[in-house]
Design a protein. Structure first.
Length: 243
């Protein structure tokens, strides 16, 4: 065992056999992707319309040019790499302790780091589907489109991300719920737990240990076994995870 500055969390992980991680935008900020709700986040920047409006289904339908302009400038981040948090979670999965990552992020960094069982509640920028013929395209197709991305068949390519006013994928939701309900340890990280219905999933947790790693206070601080305010990459990256 190496020295680490989070012995309580280390002990929980060492004793756990079915860990589930539930994460949000704060997991990717150390990779250089801005979050949404912090003081420097996307929702505090000034645009012609509020970002919540631009990222709604109705705005997508009625202002498609402006939607894609905003989407490409703010939600696609070419060249970003996973950070220590992503890699630590992939290692936990590789040794059999971590059973699932449940993420509100759409950046695909967990998979890039090597995680396999990842439930993307809000979709992914890396999947883009023609609304007509259902052909799937990589993120580069959307990013490099001059205006609205179009399929060779002539119809619109829509990113597989869940916009405001749209429902979560029920199959993904069901698998995430099942994972949380059978976990012995739930680690929540990098999320304010203010986005519903995603945040409501944690009510299904019936295990022994609830660990929270987040810069700001959340509504589950009082019931968590451990609360850590440090950057999540720093925290998870410092843990000893046997190979």
């Amino acid at each position: 065992m190496t020295n680490n500055v989070y012995p309580h969390l280390q002990k929980i992980i060492d004793e756990s056999q079915r860990i589930v991680f539930f994460g949000g935008a704060g997991v990717s900020t150390e990779s250089g992707i801005p979050d949404f709700r912090s003081q420097d986040g996307l929702y505090h920047k000034k645009y012609t319309y509020p970002p919540e409006t631009i990222l709604s289904h109705s705005f997508y339908v009625s202002h498609m040019d402006e939607f894609f302009r905003f989407y490409k400038e703010n939600l696609i981040h070419p060249g970003v790499k996973p950070n220590s948090a992503h890699y630590a979670l992939a290692r936990l999965e590789a040794i059999g302790k971590l059973k699932a990552v449940i993420t509100q992020n759409i950046d695909g960094l967990h998979q890039m780091a090597g995680s396999h069982t990842v439930y993307e509640l809000h979709g992914s920028v890396h999947r883009n589907t023609c609304l007509s013929c259902k052909q799937v395209f990589p993120v580069e197709t959307v990013l490099h489109a001059k205006e609205i991305p179009l399929c060779p068949c002539g119809n619109i390519i829509k990113p597989d991300v869940v916009l405001y006013e749209e429902s979560l994928n029920q199959e993904v939701l069901s698998m995430a719920t099942s994972a949380i309900s059978t976990a012995d340890t739930l680690i929540i990280g990098g999320t304010s737990l203010n986005v519903y219905p995603a945040a409501s999933l944690i009510r299904y947790f019936k295990g022994s240990h609830l660990a929270l790693i987040n810069r700001d206070q959340t509504n589950v601080d009082e019931i968590a076994n451990i609360v850590i305010r440090d950057p999540i990459g720093q925290v998870l990256g410092s843990l000893y995870i046997k190979k």
